[in-house]
Design a binder for this molecule. Structure first.
Ligand SMILES: [Zn+2]
Length: 361
């Protein structure tokens, strides 16, 4: 088991926070790895380099990419930690795998802090058309490397939770479907077995959810799964209070290590399908801030009604600011807040007034 204190020894502390443009990532890679290990796999729309790097010489080839959505940086941070671990204190599993990592597939989106690329295309809906240079880079690596496994690494929003009362889904997983019938093909079953291991390694500490498996061949994971390569989706989510996603980063790292250990050990080590199926499905019960007794703030609202606020991520200079935005009001039954403030309480009211959101007009 990987503990937090052990993790702190290898964590790449030069890379932190929510905003992660490509430069610090590339600086770390070029400063840490020998130049043979890092190659320019292609260029983005705005002609930024897309780097790929290899680690390990084992028999099982694993392709992993992150920041296909430029504003989803948590898994890139975890990949940096994984690289650091392999360099400083190589784990046993590294002998069993050959990793091909693409830490920032969408460098233009990473720079601008957008989901889409510079042509405003969602690269995770471009797997068939391959209309974008970034999509072509990934497809060409997939074809030339011929991976045995793929890991598609993302971030999800703070709205996701599991159970009732809900727990934040700090990690969510999906073994994407390989066909419209959403059956468990051999590759999907294998991916699900790995997810079972990942979930098992972290579920005692955090909420783990299972993502919607609607089949869409425009999504990269579905396309690779349909090609018969076990592919799994990892969604880094919200850990209570951790908007910079530094705790989540640790759990992504821990889950990735577990999956790679499983791959190195072989399919006998994977979890049965039932474990994957037992992971609760993601629901969307959360707002970032729930304001109780909103009638105190806004005369005319029925007593007991509530306000739901989301924190919008806004890039200002080189940092992300979290700006409260009113998204819903009313009884809001079944809505839960990561933070709850009661307008009827003086201390909370001061905090609500300090939030500086534009109420209702
Ligand atoms: Zn994403």
């Amino acid at each position: 088991m990987i503990g937090f204190s052990e993790y702190e020894q290898i964590k790449v502390k030069a890379i932190q926070g929510r905003y992660l443009p490509p430069e610090p990532v590339y600086d770390f890679l070029k400063g840490t790895l020998n130049s043979n290990a890092v190659e320019v796999a292609g260029y983005s729309v705005e002609h930024r380099e897309i780097y790929a790097l290899k680690l390990g010489n084992g028999p099982k080839r694993v392709l992993m990419w992150s920041q296909m959505h430029g504003n989803e940086s948590t898994t890139t941070k975890a990949l940096m930690d994984l690289i650091q671990k392999c360099l400083l204190n190589p784990p046993k599993w590294l002998e069993g795998v050959e990793l091909l990592l693409v830490p920032v597939l969408n460098p233009d989106g990473a720079r601008a802090y957008t989901r889409v690329n510079a042509n405003h295309i969602d690269l995770n809906r471009d797997a068939q058309r391959l209309s974008q240079p970034e999509s072509q880079v990934l497809r060409s690596l997939f074809d030339s490397f011929a991976p045995h496994y793929c890991m598609n690494l993302h971030d999800q929003r703070t709205i996701y939770g599991i159970g009732t009362p809900p727990r934040s889904a700090t990690l969510s997983f999906l073994a994407p479907a390989a066909d419209p019938g959403r059956g468990f093909s051999a590759s999907r079953r294998t991916a699900a077995g790995l997810i079972g291991l990942m979930a098992d390694s972290t579920r005692a500490e955090i909420g783990i959810g299972r993502y919607d498996d609607t089949f869409n061949l425009d999504c990269v994971g579905d396309t690779f799964q349909a090609a018969g390569v076990p592919t799994l989706l990892v969604e880094a989510g919200h850990y209570p209070g951790d908007y910079e996603r530094e705790f989540t980063r640790f759990y992504v790292y821990k889950a990735l290590c577990k999956a790679l250990e499983g791959i190195a050990s072989g399919p006998d080590a994977f979890s049965p399908l039932s474990e994957y199926q037992a992971i609760p499905e993601n629901t969307t019960p959360f707002v970032d801030i729930l304001v109780e007794n909103a009638h105190v703030l806004l005369p005319g609202i029925p007593p007991g009604h509530r306000l739901g606020l989301q924190l919008e991520e806004v890039l200002q200079g080189e940092a992300i600011h979290f700006r409260p935005k009113l998204i819903d009001k009313g009884a809001l039954t079944g809505v839960w807040g990561h933070r709850v403030l009661d307008a009827a309480k003086r201390r909370d009211l001061e905090q609500i007034n300090g939030l500086d959101f534009f109420p209702l007009l």
